[in-house]
Design a protein around this ligand. Structure first.
Ligand SMILES: [Zn+2]
Length: 204
């Protein structure tokens, strides 16, 4: 399993870079849409960290850990998204200037990095349901990270900063809806798989 552990570890590191750069650039440029994607990537980050821990820790402990981590993670994500909806509403009423080039450029990098995270998870995903979920999730995130790019381009072209909170709102609503749907709809076995092993080991 050591080779899978290394790949999941590398995915964690790359995801950390996405979160830190998006958060700093979001604050710097006044871009709520970038800040929103940073929060989303922080949440993915926690999920990946717990997935990694599940590889390292004994089965019983890691199972409970992953289960509570997932629940905590989902609730936290919904709470922070709701907070940002509130922020975005303020910005819609009272727009502040946004440096559009920054969310555009950083969003492109984040999309590329999310693709990189998915690539790292692709091989371990073949034999493990929890990693497969993370892999599919990160493939989807390549598109989500393009939302700040759209925001940056629209703000730069139209000079209306209001596009940024509008897109932040759209991302927040998407996150709240998809997180609630996943939390309510997913089976316990997928959230906290009994065995965190490689597939080929199980079949052997
Ligand atoms: Zn995500």
């Amino acid at each position: 399993m050591a080779h899978f552990r290394r790949q999941v570890g590398a995915a964690v590191a790359l995801n950390t870079a996405i979160f830190v750069i998006e958060a700093l650039a979001g604050l710097q440029s006044n871009s709520l849409s970038l800040a929103m994607d940073a929060v989303h990537n922080l949440s993915d980050e926690m999920a990946l960290v717990f997935l990694y821990l599940a590889f390292v820790l004994p089965h019983g402990l890691s199972r409970n850990l992953v289960r509570s981590a997932n629940l905590f993670n989902s609730l936290g994500l919904v709470a922070v998204s709701a907070l940002l909806v509130w922020q975005a509403a303020y910005r819609l009423l009272d727009p502040v200037p946004v440096a559009g080039i920054i969310p555009a450029a950083v969003g492109v990098c984040a999309a590329a990095a999310n693709w990189g995270v998915a690539r790292l998870l692709r091989e371990p995903a073949r034999g493990n349901a929890a990693i497969r979920l993370a892999y599919l999730h990160n493939l989807g995130d390549v598109q989500v990270s393009l939302a700040p790019v759209l925001s940056g381009v629209l703000v730069s072209v139209t000079h209306y900063p209001v596009f940024d909170p509008l897109i932040a709102l759209a991302i927040a609503v998407w996150i709240i809806v998809s997180t609630l749907r996943e939390t309510i709809g997913s089976r316990a076995e997928l959230i906290a798989p009994e065995k965190m092993d490689c597939g080929h080991d199980e079949r052997a």
